[in-house]
Write a protein that binds this ligand. Structure first.
Ligand code: F6R
Length: 259
């Protein structure tokens, strides 16, 4: 695991996009695992700029998103479908058929159908050669994807009940109205994430400091799902000074090993 501490969110994003763009140039037909939320926003913006101004080609890229809320149609501004098209897909040349996002349009009571969908998603990842690089943000409670604390470390894509903490954290996107915040999501599992050939976890802001301390220096535990990065052979964490403020060790400032 390589931990890099940068000054702020902008620098974290800039360093992160270097890793992603490096992979895209080295393997234009790579498979990317993508995340939503505020963490990757600048990274996506920079990818769009590179596509527009530097001729970065994404026409052979396949993508798999980590998660989606159940109950929100793709047209809902808070759905992760909407987010991805708004902040990345409609600005670059990834073919529609290479884009995969879990479907939120399933009935929570139709467990058979949800299982079938999740199995298909897992199979599709394998058919596409596996994920080369999985981009991750981390929840203030240590979640990755919607794998909340207590998620099994071997879990695969499945339905999850969102924790109270995550629903509270995300209520800011739903007019601060907890009633509007979905209760369930479909998420890649921790085992699915671990199968990726490389993990790139980004974090910024002091509300992530405890999660980052526990992720990097704590025990590997289902109580902090992000701590599984410690078990991955190729995990890179890029955090800003605020998110890294509770780390006691000394960490790199440069991604020297990957340059
Ligand atoms: C989003 C996702 C979540 C977020 C995490 C951090 O697809 O999987 O795990 O990465 O909740 O969210 P932000 O970036 O908004 O702080």
């Amino acid at each position: 695991m390589l931990v890099v501490v940068k000054k702020n969110h902008e620098e974290v994003s800039r360093e992160g996009v270097r890793v992603v763009a490096g992979l895209l140039r080295e393997k234009p037909s790579c498979t990317l695992g993508l995340a939503t939320g505020s963490t990757p926003l600048l990274l996506y913006r920079e990818l769009i700029r590179m596509y527009e101004e530097e001729g970065l080609d994404l026409s052979k890229v396949t993508t798999f998103n980590l998660d989606e809320y159940i109950g929100l149609p793709p047209s809902h501004p808070q759905s992760y479908h909407y987010f991805m098209y708004e902040h990345l897909f409609r600005h670059v040349n990834i073919p529609e058929r290479f884009i995969h996002i879990p479907s939120g349009m399933v009935d929570v009571n139709d467990i058979q159908r949800i299982h079938r969908f999740c199995e298909w998603y897992e199979k599709r990842i394998v058919e596409c050669g596996g994920i080369d690089l999985q981009l991750l943000g981390v929840g203030a409670n240590g979640h990755i994807g919607f794998n909340e604390p207590g998620s099994s470390l071997g879990s695969r894509t499945r339905i999850k009940t969102l924790s109270q903490k995550t629903r509270e954290d995300n209520s800011r996107f739903f007019d601060d109205d907890m009633e509007k915040v979905p209760r369930y999501a479909i998420t890649m599992g921790i085992g699915t994430i671990l199968d990726s050939r490389m993990l790139l976890l980004l974090a910024s802001g002091e509300n992530k400091a405890e999660a980052i301390r526990d992720t990097v220096e704590g025990a590997v535990t289902a109580q902090v799902p992000a701590s599984i990065v410690q078990m991955h052979r190729r995990a890179v964490l890029i955090v800003d000074e605020e998110a890294g403020s509770l780390l006691s060790g000394k960490y790199d400032q440069f991604l020297t090993e990957l340059q």
